[in-house]
Design a protein around this ligand. Structure first.
Ligand SMILES: Nc1nc2c(ncn2[C@@H]2O[C@H](COP(=O)(O)OP(=O)(O)O)[C@@H](O)[C@H]2O)c(=O)[nH]1
Ligand SMILES: [Mg+2]
Ligand SMILES: [Zn+2]
Length: 325
């Protein structure tokens, strides 16, 4: 269970969910009330690797002040969290969100084009942080010719075969939104994907009352401009049934990539479920599935049991991110 504060009388403490962070203020949801909180002055960061001590999705213990604001005394232990790096080379990380039940990767075939390399990097990150993931292909209303439809079917089939739920939806037309609601019901869901794929549009389609600002086409094609500025949790009622618990939806603004965890080459294949399933058959126990003989992963790629594209992305992630040994 949650870790209690050692510093204050438990009687004065309340537990709440952080749904928004802006500078030094944290918006905390308690039942259906909102309390604006600050952090206890002498609060110490856990280690010095993270720039923010409190992130959306955190459960916190706080005490009310006379002026109606709160002071956070303790951040409860996290089930998981996902980070990004301040810069590519930076050692410091920023926690985007904590206690995530589902990572929803929003991708599009066109306007903009999401590469499988990008999808696979997010999937690997989700595997490494123990967060279940699904892929939502948005803008399926734009699949106007046979070639695009075939490409979409192939991609959906690829990720389903690896074991991830895949949906094809259109936020614009409302297609597939009920299936998406069923998938996210009662969960804390982090929506991620390139700017312009329609994350805000999807959240609006799920819950029109949110009225999130969406980017005009020109906003995202002129790189670097982002319409959403803070990661924020939106508690929504999906009204699928009378007893449905709330879902907590997180739009990730302006985040190009998550910080990849540091892997060794031996570890990375464990984050590809289809490789994890065969790697115990490799001749070498520490096989990196590149140049080694009698490699079960390479054999599976040659025989078409593992996608050559996923394998290429695996090699590319090794090149980019794995620490030299
Ligand atoms: N054709 C089409 N356009 C969409 C769809 N969803 C979003 N868009 C458009 O894509 C652009 C970016 O959407 P937005 O939600 O701001 O993307 P975000 O950056 O991922 O939050 C906007 O112009 C939306 O109107 C869709 O399903 N179909
Ligand atoms: Mg947005
Ligand atoms: Zn191998």
């Amino acid at each position: 269970m949650k870790k209690k504060s050692y510093f204050c009388s438990l009687k004065t403490m309340q537990e709440g969910l952080v749904i928004r962070t802006t500078g030094n203020w944290y918006r905390v949801l308690v039942d259906s009330n909102i309390v604006e909180c600050r952090l206890r002055g002498n609060y110490r960061l856990r280690g010095n690797k993270q720039t923010n001590p409190v992130a959306v999705g955190d459960h916190v213990l706080f005490a009310m002040e006379a002026d109606g604001t709160g002071v956070i005394h303790e951040v409860c232990d996290r089930n998981n969290y996902i980070v990004r790096r301040a810069t590519k080379l930076s050692k410091q990380t920023h926690v985007i969100a904590a206690n995530i039940d589902l990572l929803c990767i929003v991708a599009t075939l066109g306007l903009p084009r999401t590469s499988t390399g990008f999808i696979d990097r997010l999937l690997v990150t989700a595997e490494a942080y123990h967060i279940p993931a699904c892929i939502v292909f948005n803008k399926c209303d734009l699949l106007v010719d046979d070639e695009l439809c075939a490409m979409q079917n192939e991609l959906s089939e690829l990720y389903r075969s690896v074991g991830y739920p895949v949906l094809e939806v259109s936020a614009l037309k409302g297609t597939g939104i009920d299936d998406l609601k069923t998938l996210i019901a009662g969960k804390t869901v982090l929506f991620s994907g390139h700017s312009g794929v329609g994350k805000s549009a999807l959240l609006n389609a799920i819950c029109p009352g949110l009225a999130l600002k969406m980017g005009a086409i020109s906003d995202w094609s002129l790189k670097g401009k982002h319409t959403t500025t803070f990661a924020e949790i939106h508690p929504v009622e999906l009204s699928l049934s009378a007893t449905q618990p709330l879902s907590y939806l997180i739009d990730t603004p302006g985040i190009k990539e998550f910080g990849m965890v540091d892997f060794t080459p031996q570890e990375l294949s464990h984050f590809f479920p289809e490789m994890r399933a065969v790697l115990h058959d490799c001749y070498f126990a520490n096989c990196t599935h590149r140049h080694e003989p009698h490699c079960a992963v390479k054999e599976a790629v040659e025989e078409g049991r593992i996608s050559a594209e996923r394998y290429r992305n695996y090699l590319s992630i090794i090149e980019d991110t794995v620490k030299p040994q």
